[in-house]
Design a protein around this ligand. Structure first.
Ligand code: PEP
Ligand code: MG
Length: 883
């Protein structure tokens, strides 16, 4: 089997289509090499090898050894240098590269091949021996950290002591001799910690690094990242071994990262950062503050140090040509790493650039307008889930702002919350329901869980391409980075800026679009839905077959949903109207009544209220279908539980405290989710459903009369398991309709249907469809009842289930296609066999989840119904599913 794929020097054994095999980085290095771009030669060990490595107990097979040797020979041939050669040594980098990029998650070793002998050779051929010794000490430290698992603290301490002894402050003041002496200390530290000398044989170094890269796939932080981003654990990583090029060989050398368009705004302009005389990690890690790439960006930021466009005009022009070529070739915005070694440009990486939702939209719409991609491709380019970032409020430009500092606008959006200074606290406080802003000097991959839990991220150090910035943009978290004036004391849990103190728990607001940091909470405004967003939605709507409805019951939600393009209501949960503070007393009287007459008396008070609710909804939805679900939750949910409440409630409901307590006791259920809820309430107390139905029909007639436009009510019965249940409930509803229509001498069309949320209902869908005119899959309950997992208790163990690969994703978030999906398929098939024109929809939370929507398209449902803010996500996901 071929495990090693070579690239560079006119050879290319792969291309951008080989991401699964070569990882993203390896595939694109091969692709760049094949289109003639300057790529340092190297080879990629495939992800298949990673899988085999783990299958065989973390051993390398013999056939790999030969292939790696051939790979090294290829690099030697192209560079004319020999690995381990004492006079002109070949040095290599060893980097991970999974199918999808996992920024900062996995390991890298640079300058590999240096030892006591080769460092002399490198010193002899470089202008300045200082460079060779600096490279060697970096290598020892990196290798010890990444491959040998030693703590880097001891090395940093040794460096500090060396500098103190010499009375110097900056690394750049260290001479060749200083670095050489430090190398000796580093080696001593390594030997002491390891109990054996630092590995001198380049072959040992190489195999150690390859093993470490494979090993990093199973590191804790990589697992967390995969969980957050739904990346399967069995993909594995590839290993890229590549000839080193040096951006730190003096003033004609440089390194940088760039995007072909602005990843924050989508603006069509080169965007990036560079550093003269530096190695790649210096830019990304935020150790030195990088400079602007273009003159325009530098001027806009009012910055002094020369941009690359000004400082290295010729190389910049060459680079700009590469940018254009890459963008045209990949037909997408590229994220690029490059190095200039003594005036020669080298491309180290290209990939589709991560971008904010705003930028994704703008780039997709612009590229379609430029003719680079089609409208359909533009629709496919935007991740529906990322739209979420755009649909939420931004800071009100009119609101007062108490700006205390400014940093870089690293990831847009506004966030307010309490300040915390470490990732664990961020996670803990967020779990308790707080909105938190994570404040760090700089972030590292270890902070990933805290960044995910936070509403916003603030760092004192690091540029626009720092770890914090890249990760925050990917997660859609607002982020302000590099706020240099903010002095953070994480131990004391306080930051100080401009003579002010902000302590843990104080509220701040971040504006990720401007970089402003404000004290307190700042008011927000609704997002702008026209422009690029509107354009993309027009294209999406052209392509989709599934209708998109919303789950809503308040007038405000209904209006929001219509603005977002909802084509009807798929689920109006009427119990939400019963919880209203003004009505709960009547609801309680109904529950506490001892007979039907008593219940009817209380229901008579609720009737006009319900009628008014429905009237408003019908008006807002103006003729679009409105599915109204009759009362679903168990009655005890409406009664008090706290001792302190009993007296007041008893008084309001005009019963004794004893009566109230007795009734609460009677109604107590061990398993309310499987108890007296759904249509079981209607079966035992038909008058409840009767009055709700009456309210619906009276409201429908009123709206018809007032507006001339007839609403289309769909009356939905919850938690049905048998045909007979639905038959009984439909009789109640039809009788209410007949009564209202007779009283008023007018009628409206309506349908009666049911939710499919029990496995029995799915299996008996053929019979149930004899009565029901539509089905709406209530996948929240259908998931709970199919999996036998309580939707209210699942949180305690489900993450483990996902971690251990039992379910690929949380089944309450994304449909369990194999199980729940199978029941949906069966129900759709059997329902249609009985009633070919039966209307089929989904109204569980899954109705707003793109993967579940793709499944609904496949099964051929008629519509999905999602909460208002997810309506645009569903429209886009439905279009993508259809394309
Ligand atoms: C469902 O069960 O999927 C559903 C939509 O109903 P509820 O969440 O109200 O139980
Ligand atoms: Mg339900």
């Amino acid at each position: 089997t071929q495990y090693v794929y070579r690239f560079g020097g006119g050879v290319s054994e792969g291309g951008s289509g080989d991401k699964n095999l070569l990882g993203g980085k390896g595939a694109n290095l091969a692709e760049m090499a094949s289109i003639g771009l300057p790529v340092p030669p190297g080879f990629t060990i495939s992800t298949e090898m990673c899988t085999r490595y783990y299958d065989e107990g973390e051993q390398f097979p013999d056939e790999l050894k030969q292939q790696v040797a051939d790979g090294i020979a290829h690099v030697e041939k192209v560079t004319g240098k020999i690995f381990g050669d004492a006079s002109d040594p070949l040095l290599v980098s060893v980097r991970s590269g999974a199918r999808v990029s996992m920024p900062g998650m996995m390991d890298t070793v640079l300058n590999l091949g240096l030892n006591d002998e080769t460092v002399q050779g490198l010193a002899a051929i470089s202008e300045d021996p200082r460079f060779a010794w600096d490279s060697y000490r970096r290598f020892i430290q990196m290798y010890c950290d990444v491959v040998l698992g030693l703590d880097h603290g001891a090395f940093e301490e040794a460096l500090e002591i060396a500098k103190e002894d010499k009375g110097i402050y900056l690394d750049t003041e260290m001479t060749a001799e200083d670095w050489q002496a430090l190398v000796a200390s580093y080696k001593a530290i390594a030997e002491k910690e390891l109990g054996r000398p630092f590995p001198q044989d380049p072959q040992d170094q190489l195999w150690g690094a390859i093993g470490a890269v494979f090993g990093s796939w199973q590191a804790e932080r990589a697992k967390v990242y995969r969980r957050i981003n739904d990346i399967p654990g069995d993909w594995g990583t590839a290993v890229n071994v590549q000839a080193m090029v040096f951006g730190n060989m003096g003033e004609t050398s440089a390194t940088g990262v760039a995007f072909t368009r602005d990843p924050a705004t989508g603006e069509h302009a080169y965007y990036g950062e560079w550093l003269i005389n530096a190695q790649g990690e210096d830019v990304v890690a935020g150790i030195r503050t990088p400079q602007y790439l273009t003159k325009a960006a530098r001027e806009r930021a009012n910055a002094k140090p020369a941009s690359m466009e000004e400082g290295m005009p010729e190389t910049f022009a060459e680079l700009a040509k590469v940018f254009d070529l890459l963008e045209a070739h990949y037909r997408d915005m590229q994220d690029i790493e490059f190095t200039v070694e003594r005036g020669t440009l080298w491309m180290l990486q290209t990939r589709s650039g991560k971008r904010t939702a705003k930028a994704a939209l703008k780039i997709a719409v612009d590229m379609a307008a430029e003719g680079l991609i089609s409208e359909e491709e533009a629709v496919l380019r935007v991740d529906p889930a990322a739209l979420d970032q755009l649909l939420h409020p931004t800071l009100d430009p009119e609101a007062e702002r108490d700006v205390i500092a400014k940093g870089l606008p690293a990831s847009p959006g506004a966030a307010s919350g309490i300040v915390v200074f470490d990732a664990d606290t961020a996670e803990k406080r967020a779990e308790q329901g707080a909105d938190v802003i994570l404040v760090r000097v700089e972030t590292s991959p270890e902070d990933i869980h805290g960044m995910h839990a936070a509403k916003g991220i603030l760092t004192a150090r690091g540029g626009m391409t720092s770890h914090a910035a890249v990760v925050a943009r990917g997660m859609g978290r607002p982020c302000v980075s590099g706020a240099g004036s903010v002095a953070i004391d994480a131990k004391e849990k306080v930051f100080r800026v401009a003579g002010r103190e902000v302590r843990e728990g104080d509220i701040v607001t971040l504006d990720g679009a401007t970089g402003e940091i404000m004290a307190g909470e700042v008011a927000t405004v609704q997002p702008e839905l026209a422009g690029d967003f509107g354009q993309l939605m027009v294209w999406a709507d052209k392509s989709r077959r599934l209708k998109v409805r919303t789950n809503a019951e308040t007038p405000a939600d209904c209006r929001t949903a219509r603005e977002f393009g909802a084509e009807g209501i798929g689920l109006c949960r009427t119990e939400h109207m019963f919880f209203d503070a003004a009505r709960i007393t009547a609801v309680r009287q109904m529950i506490l009544a001892t007979d039907e007459a008593g219940r009817r008396e209380a229901l008579a008070k609720l009737l006009p209220e319900q009628r008014a609710d429905f009237k408003q909804i019908f008006e807002i939805m103006a003729g679009l279908p409105v599915t109204i679900r009759l009362l679903d939750p168990p009655l005890h949910e409406f009664l008090p539980h706290e001792d302190s409440e009993f007296e007041e409630v008893a008084k309001a409901a005009d019963v004794s405290v004893d009566t109230l307590k007795r009734r609460v006791n009677e109604l107590h259920e061990f398993n309310p989710m499987l108890g007296h809820r759904g249509c079981r309430l209607g079966i035992t107390y038909p008058e409840i459903y009767e009055i709700q139905a009456r309210a619906i029909f009276e409201a429908a007639l009123l709206v018809t009369e007032e507006t001339g436009a007839a609403p289309f009510p769909e009356v939905m019965v919850p938690l049905v398991g048998t045909r007979r249940e639905l038959e009984l409930m439909k009789a109640v509803i039809d009788a209410a309709a007949a009564a209202v229509f007779a009283e008023q001498g007018k009628s409206v069309d309506y349908h009666v249907g049911t939710m499919i949320e029990l496995p029995r209902a799915a299996l008996r869908a053929g019979q149930i469809a004899e009565v029901g005119e539509f089905f709406s899959f209530g996948t929240n309950d259908l998931t709970q009842t199919t999996l036998g997992v309580s939707r209210d208790d699942a949180g305690r163990f489900l993450t483990q289930y996902v971690d251990k690969g039992i379910y690929p994703r949380d089944p309450f978030v994304s449909i369990d296609i194999e199980g729940v999906g199978e029941l949906i398929r069966i129900a759709a098939e059997r329902g249609r066999a009985t009633r070919p024109d039966i209307k089929l929809g989904i109204c569980g939370e899954h109705g707003g989840d793109p993967a579940s929507i793709a499944f609904c398209e496949e099964v051929g449902l008629d519509y999905v119904s999602a909460s208002p803010y997810r309506v645009p996500i569903a429209r886009l996901a439905a279009a993508q599913a259809a394309l």
